[in-house]
Design a protein around this ligand. Structure first.
Ligand code: NDP
Length: 247
């Protein structure tokens, strides 16, 4: 039997409370701005800098459990419980395996993986009570493809897939979805430091023939955050111009 036809465009519940981490720069800033423009009430965690106009800026380092708790309390007081979490904050500390220090390993795992675990754990507390939640993790094409010099980063991003699928299985029955958006090569501060040769090399391997933009990622996140994506759970959505296809 065909599913019932939707009545016009899906209502994406403007007014829902969204938390975007790493909202000061790059992809996170773009996501925060576009969800605000779409009518969501958006809080943005930032360490440095500021957040887009109209977004509630909440200073917080996600590697510090106390700061994360304080940030959630602030958001709950100002906007209400977080209904949509976009865990975007992430770092790289690239080095070849043989030269990678324990500190380089730990910094990336602490931020990208443990920090994200901490945010999800806190956010789902109130999501479970509401029996509604959308969690979008910003992973990377590298999590499944691998990348020389990025053992720490690839491990952290592959780990997010395991987190998302486990959360989907644990909490899917409570109206909570947890998915990963896996960007390819996106033009931001993170990629601006790469040598020109590396960038050219990537460009040649991307079927789309171009690097990605922040708007490419924001569009996928907006879809997963919306009410229309309620039946998408534990998925990894590549937004990489085809760079990683086959996984
Ligand atoms: P940027 O380096 O431009 O921005 C990273 C953001 O994360 C900044 O706002 C930064 O804050 C924040 N952040 C980092 N560590 C912490 C922390 N401990 N606590 C709070 N905030 C923190 O990165 P991008 O925008 O390029 O990347 C965003 C996400 O997308 C990352 O998870 C990245 O791994 C992923 N990604 C990016 C790709 C790309 O090509 N750009 C490709 C694939 C995935 P601050 O300003 O204080 O440093």
């Amino acid at each position: 039997m065909d599913p019932p036809a939707a009545d016009g465009p899906q209502s994406d519940s403007p007014g829902r409370v969204v938390l975007v981490t790493g909202a000061s720069r790059g992809i996170g800033r773009g996501i925060a701005a576009s969800l605000h423009a779409a009518g969501y009430r958006v809080a943005g965690i930032h360490r440095s800098g500021d957040v887009p106009e109209g977004v509630l800026g909440v200073p917080c380092d996600i590697t510090d459990p106390e700061q994360v708790e304080t940030a959630f309390v602030t958001i709950e007081e100002r906007l209400g419980p977080v209904e949509i979490l976009v865990a975007n904050a992430g770092i790289t500390r690239d080095n070849l395996l043989m030269r990678m220090s324990d500190d380089e390993w730990s910094a990336v795992i602490d931020t990208n993986l443990t920090g994200t675990f901490r945010l999800i754990k806190r956010a789902t507390r109130t999501m479970m009570r509401k029996r509604f939640g959308r969690i979008v993790l910003v992973g990377s094409v590298v999590g499944l493809l691998g990348s020389p010099g990025q053992v720490n980063y690839a491990a952290s991003k592959a780990g997010l897939v395991g987190i998302a699928r486990s959360v989907a299985r644990e909490l899917g029955g409570r109206g909570i979805t947890c998915n990963v958006v896996a960007p390819g090569f996106i033009e931001t501060d993170m990629t601006s430091v790469l040598p020109e040769e590396t960038v050219k090399g990537y460009q040649q391997r991307i079927p789309a023939g171009r690097l990605g933009s922040v708007a490419d990622i924001s569009a996928a996140v907006a879809y997963l955050a919306g009410d229309g994506a309620g039946y998408v759970n534990g998925a990894v959505i590549p937004v990489d111009g085809g760079l990683g296809m086959g996984h």
